[in-house]
Design a protein around this ligand. Sequence first.
Ligand code: PFF
Length: 459
Amino acid sequence: MTANGNKMNYKPRETFTSSLGTIAATLGSAIGLGNIWKFPALTGENGGAAFLFIYLFCVVFIGLPVMLAEFIIGRKTRSNAIGAFKKLEPKKPWFLVGWMGVLSSILILAFYTTVVGWILAYIFKALSGSLSGIDANGAVAVFEKVTANPVSAVLWQLAVFALISLIIMAGVQKGIERITKTLLPLLFVLLLICDIRALTLPGAKEGLSFLFNPDFSKVTGMVVLIAMGLSFFKLSIGMGTMLTYGSYMQDEDNMLATAGRVVIADTVVSLMAGMAVFPAVFAFGFEPASGPPLLFFTIPMVFNSMPLGQVFLVLFFVLAFIATIGAMISMLEVPVAFMHEEWGLKRNTAVIVTVLVIASVGSLATLSGSILSHVLILGKNFFDLFDFTASNILMPLGGLIIAVYTGWKIRYKDIQEELSNRGAIEQENMIRLFSLIVRYITPIAILIIMLNGLGIIKF
Ligand code: PFF
């Protein structure tokens, strides 16, 4: 029996195979639609540079510490998000944070797979040549066609579920590491090509100043909450994903360095996506506040205006799709690791159960673009409701609990032992700084931003 009273796993627990593998997997989880689709859309809707600055504050003082806290708890307990807290605090309700993570995983995947379905549809549109030579009106019409047909939108989403189930059944190392290691650098190169073209478009300057000249008059409590929610979403934190990945890390992995690198790379990729999208927004006369369609309006136009554009366009959507795989796998890993370790289900059975649950909830999000568009709860359709609940409520709340637990319940000596790999790495000052931030700044900042954003208190 293990400490949490469950049957011992018959196999030794798998870990990532190398520290490069660890970085690839965590980066693979962080980089995805959040960077290339959500970041430009939210930055556009919430006034540009001022939003970006608040977002960066959240990344440094909330995102990075919560990610480290999750790594620490995961590797220390070598457990899934629920099991970890049951091991650390048997008979206390801390494990409920793991259940919130399972719920977030379901809600996010429900709408995430809708958007990945759009990407698959765009791959085929690009292959068939129907995006070639279109103007701004044409770009809008194509997007409407893809999202407004309920049957094809749901079928694309189901195709996403089928592909991802097959991939995840290959197991921790093989599935997650191989794909991410080889293909993320390619996405990076393609984004760079995209940036160069976008920045040389007439109107590029306006796009850049939108992204980098802050106007704080647009900032409301809700805007700050959305920026914080984006940092949780983009860094895959507050719902036990990084905790579960921490549990697969090796004893020699340097957690501070891993978290630092992942956060920097994730931010760079988002900025690169922003620098591809916003110049094009202004060059082709779109609205910066177009919302979720923004990427799908602008990217085809950017590629249309360059030689070999159609080839690059196909490649871009293929790589974007590949980038989403690591993120989706990591989200699925939260319920799957839990069901496998706590309920004793075989991993493959756990994958099938999870996917079936998410697919049924997910069609609600997908159909929000068509036959369910009139169904509104608290003024939001299912797609927006799932996104808002997970990103702006459940994940920040999860992050708050994880930060409080790490700062106030884990002894400094234990934090020090984990972060220094039992004294093997010399970084005392960083560890001290981390423990200070996670104890005071992170929880207070999350609390104030949430209460203020939701209108419970007013500053
Ligand atoms: N970080 C991913 C992205 O930016 O696309 C989304 C995500 C993955 C959110 C894993 C949450 C998660 F647990």
